[in-house]
Design a protein around this ligand. Structure first.
Ligand SMILES: [Zn+2]
Length: 389
């Protein structure tokens, strides 16, 4: 499953782009000089910091001692300067030293722009590193804030939404009202993308893959008196367990079916109380909470089971979905395979979309209460068995 990587890297940049696996593990490297740091980060900083210190010192020495002597004398002096921090009590830690050098290099870069060619290049490099790092830091902070739950999460999201629009509009007004309007349209488009694209994770994490060697079968929109019993038999035949994302109102109408799904060893997920598929993306915090909490309560009262997974109707989340699910201790599940079986007339085109390249780690989205639910599930289960063998 996709997660925010955190590898204790010195700079935020590598916490965003550096994978956990690529990180130097402390137990692998006993020496404290680079433990816990991302390999690439270590290589880049480990080369750039000494080079910059040497160039900075040499620049001063050359002016007083001449070119040859200045450059060669700067080398041992740079070595001494680089070692001196490890003797100072409070900055002995590797991370601490690296942060110090990072800060010092950026400060040096600010003052030395426009210097001799090599000085100028190094100065711009450090300012570039600083700019990228700041952007990465903002991104990390944004991702973290998208995990805030409950009322704080809601308020923060409304603030961000209003602030982003206001900022773009006021920025646009500096030039003309056309730009202001364009800014507002752009922000609205970005917002629509974040809620209408089922795999977009700007507003919080969505599980799109299983993260293991399994293929998960998920069946939405039940329980259904015609389909659920047939699908349960098919799952038994193929000895496969599935997750049924149920609609609260249907659970209330067919409580026996919901209990039967659990009795046969499958899991139930929350798919809202009324399945407001056309408007869920635009719902406010109160209605969003009601849709999710009501469904959760109906499922619990009917079956004694409290779902862990939530799936939004047609995958469209809204601004307030994550604060609610987070507060209820639930996670949001998306999918990475679907065949549009809810609107298709025959199984052929649906299977043509799902089956090619079906692989371990996939989450397959299927529906019940359709005319083709059984043949589609049968074919998918057969392909699944072959793939995970
Ligand atoms: Zn649905």
């Amino acid at each position: 499953m996709r997660q925010v990587s955190d590898n204790r890297a010195v700079s935020a940049l590598f916490r965003v782009f550096g994978g956990k696996d690529a990180c130097c593990r402390a137990e692998d490297y006993e020496k404290a000089d680079w433990c816990g740091m991302h390999r690439l980060e270590c290589a880049v900083l480990g080369f750039l910091v000494p080079l910059t210190v040497w160039v900075a010192i040499a620049e001063g020495f050359v002016a007083g001692l001449g070119r040859g002597l200045g450059i060669s004398l700067a080398l041992p002096v740079a070595f001494l300067v680089l070692s001196i921090l490890s003797l100072v009590p409070f900055v002995r830690g590797a991370q601490c030293q690296w942060r110090f050098w990072l800060g010092l290099m950026v400060a040096w870069g600010c003052f030395r722009i426009g210097g001799p060619p090599i000085v100028n290049v190094l100065a711009w490099t450090w300012l570039g590193i600083f700019a990228l790092n700041t952007a990465a830091l903002i991104l990390l902070g944004f991702r973290k804030s998208m995990r805030w739950t409950g009322r704080i999460g809601n308020t923060w999201r409304v603030f961000l939404f209003v602030f982003a629009h206001a900022a773009m509009v006021s920025l646009g007004f500096h030039w003309s009202w056309h730009w202001a309007l364009g800014g507002a349209v752009l922000m609205s488009a970005l917002f629509c993308w974040s809620v209408l694209n089922p795999s977009c994770q700007w507003l919080g994490p969505v599980h799109l893959e299983t993260g293991d060697d399994e293929i998960w079968i998920t069946i939405d929109d039940g329980p259904d008196p015609d389909d659920t019993p047939v699908l349960l038999d098919l799952l038994d035949v193929h000895q496969t367990k599935a997750i049924f994302f149920m609609i609260g109102e249907k659970v209330r109408a067919y409580p026996e079916l919901a209990r039967e799904v659990l009795r046969r060893g499958h899991e139930i997920g929350n798919h809202t109380m009324t399945h407001p598929s056309g408007e869920f993306w635009s719902l406010g915090p109160v209605r969003t909470r009601r849709e999710i909490v009501d469904c959760q309560e109906v499922i619990f009262e009917t079956t004694g089971f409290r779902p862990k997974w939530f799936r939004a109707p047609v995958g469209h989340r809204n601004l307030f979905t994550h604060p609610v699910t987070g507060q209820l201790g639930m996670e949001i599940m998306g999918w990475n395979r679907r065949g549009f079986d809810a609107v298709a007339k025959s199984p052929g085109p649906v299977l043509a979309r799902i089956l090619p390249n079906l692989a371990k780690g996939d989450i397959v989205l299927l529906h019940e209460a359709t005319s083709i639910a059984a043949p589609v599930l049968d074919a998918v289960l057969a392909a699944r068995s072959k793939t995970i063998k």
